[in-house]
Ligand binder design. Structure first.
Ligand code: EPU
Length: 416
């Protein structure tokens, strides 16, 4: 099993190009099932979860062509509506196939994803929302079996504003009969981007990116081209890595408007930041940033997907920070690993109290999930000596070519 060996080597310096967002690309690829005409998607990140999504589409009968960061999907020959456990268990985002399959083909058999390292992660909102649209849904031998001759528009209010739940219902409603109103919907930029794509395919959606989304169902959607927006979580990861190593890096091909909460917090902690429409420069040379309190919440607040990376930064910051995880009940697995590197972190329920240390020490550690892996990479880059990170396959699920990108910024990093 591949490991990363990172030798702490001081400041990251240079320029890095941010990839397209994994969590925006996944619903966009699933939306390729909604029309028999082809969908051409660009700026798709080269990460393992995208490989898995493409394998799933091919298994359903789509013809998918991939070249560099472009993916062309022809779903005119779909002949199967089953997304098997073997693939779904490796990528929970596969649940996004449920809405489009049901809407276009009237049936979908999608494996229940099962447990996850960061929390229980139920999909009851997806199921209840589709039931409200008239679908008959049973759970049979570990599979969500959904049937509907044609979905019907409805009003559905989310108990919790689930991101992929909103995306699933949004996709389903585009082909439903009549009007749908989604209330307490997720407001993440990935939802707004999906709606932009769907409207480009002929859907009639208003309000995506706010908590109330209105969809007027249409008979059919058509093909289009779409560019995936920059990855705000990869952006935040490089911001944290640069600040932790006291470096100076320009991030290109990003969108600072997706991260204003994080940028403001970093500035308040003494990190020098400047940005334009599609770039951010972070300058932490010779500067140890101050501790930053973090409390995760749905967009536009602090993203849970950056909590671990900013825990690493806080472990090296000046002062004491509280980090509160409000989205997932078990997203502190990186704490024990950071402690192995000398971090001073106390856990009280869903709150971590992080007392910043001047230095961390390299150690053998284990990655437990995607963002926890990124947290350990950041800590390792800033630590004294060597860190070996085991189970690095988690990192490859969501970061495109991260070893190369860090190496070009001066990180000493090798895969063994
Ligand atoms: N929830 C329910 N019932 C549901 C759905 C969600 O109770 O039916 C709860 C979850 O247990 C959680 C909260 O609602 O406590 C929010 O979960 P959400 O459904 O929004 O998460 P998700 O859609 O499964 C997406 C991202 C995650 C990201 C979360 C939160 C994708 C493919 N995944 O997951 O990304 O953490 O939103 O922002 O978009 C990652 O990239 O590392 C990652 C985990």
């Amino acid at each position: 099993m591949a490991r990363l060996v990172i030798t702490g080597n001081g400041p990251l310096r240079g320029e890095v190009r941010i990839a397209g967002a994994k969590n925006a690309a996944l619903p966009v690829l699933a939306a390729g099932l909604l029309s028999a005409e082809p969908l051409q998607v660009s700026n798709v990140p080269g990460v393992r979860d995208i490989d898995t999504a493409i394998r799933l589409l091919e298994l359903l009968g789509c013809v998918v062509k991939r070249q560099d960061d472009s993916v062309h999907i022809d779903s005119s020959g779909v002949n199967n509506v089953r997304a098997p456990y073997e693939l779904v268990k490796t990528m929970r985002g596969a649940v996004l196939l449920l809405g489009p399959l049901l809407a276009r083909f009237g049936e979908a058999d999608v494996s229940l994803p099962g447990g996850c390292a960061i929390g229980e992660r139920p999909v009851n909102e997806h199921i209840e929302g589709l039931r409200a649209m008239g679908a008959e849904i049973t759970i049979d031998s570990g599979y969500i079996k959904a049937r509907a001759s044609r979905l019907k528009g409805c009003r559905y209010a989310f108990d919790i504003p689930s991101v992929t739940g909103t995306e699933n219902l949004l996709m389903a409603a585009t082909l439903a009969e009549g009007d749908t109103e989604l209330e307490n919907a997720a407001m993440e930029p990935e939802v707004a981007d999906l709606a932009r794509l769907l409207n480009g395919m002929g859907a009639r959606i208003q309000g995506a990116g706010t908590s109330i989304i209105r969809i007027r169902g249409v008979e059919a959607l058509h093909g289009t081209r779409h560019a995936v927006p920059p990855d705000r979580i990869e952006t935040g990861t490089f911001l944290a890595a640069t600040a932790a190593t006291r470096g100076k890096v320009t991030l290109r091909n990003t969108d600072p408007s997706f991260l204003l909460h994080v940028l403001t917090k970093m500035q308040a902690a003494g990190v020098r930041l400047t940005w334009g429409d599609d770039w951010i420069e972070v300058d932490s040379e010779n500067t140890r940033c101050r501790a930053m309190n973090v409390s995760t919440a749905p967009y536009p607040a602090f993203p849970t997907d950056l909590q671990a990376q900013f825990m690493a930064l806080n472990a090296l910051a000046d002062g004491v920070a509280t980090v509160v995880e409000n989205i997932f009940e078990n997203r502190f697995m990186h704490v024990a690993e950071l402690r192995r590197m000398g971090a001073d972190i106390e856990l009280q329920g869903n709150t971590a109290i992080v007392r910043g240390r001047e230095r961390l020490q390299g150690a053998p550690v284990m990655a437990t999930d995607l963002r926890a892996s990124a947290c350990l990479v950041i800590a390792a880059l800033a630590a004294d000596g060597d860190t070996t990170i085991d189970r690095i396959y988690h990192l490859d699920r969501g970061y495109a070519g991260i070893d190369d990108k860090l190496a070009r910024l001066g990180g000493i990093i090798r895969r063994v």
